[in-house]
Write a protein that binds this ligand. Sequence first.
Ligand SMILES: [Zn+2]
Length: 146
Amino acid sequence: MGKKKKREVDDRFKKFGTVSFTSISKVNDFITYLEQGKVMGTKCRKCGTVHFPPRADCAECLSSEKEWFEVSGTGELVSFSKLIYAPIGFEEDLPYSIALLDYGDYKIFGRIAKEIPDENLEIGMTMKTEPITLPNGHLSYVFTTA
Ligand SMILES: [Zn+2]
């Protein structure tokens, strides 16, 4: 449990490259799952609350007993908007659209795949979540048409 191990964990986070994930260092498995081609969230074993992005501790009951589940199937596009400014690490990839998908039991915030033009987006349309590697080498996920 020396400092060396901690540094390895931090390196995995750099691959994801987004500010919103840096505060949840206990869920680095998220990155490992992305490397395996899986987009995963966490579900609280105590109260059943689903978290995406994944969390080490439940926001509802503070339990740290969680299980991983794969974001699979399709969701419904609830909202989207074009970004002109991006978080640190994403600037070179502008512009892109961010969106919210409703999977029924949970909602996922993310970005729309670059290949999909804005005019093809429609609230209520069916989309799916896919892992990708960004131009800067970071692992992420996008929403594509189902
Ligand atoms: Zn809980």
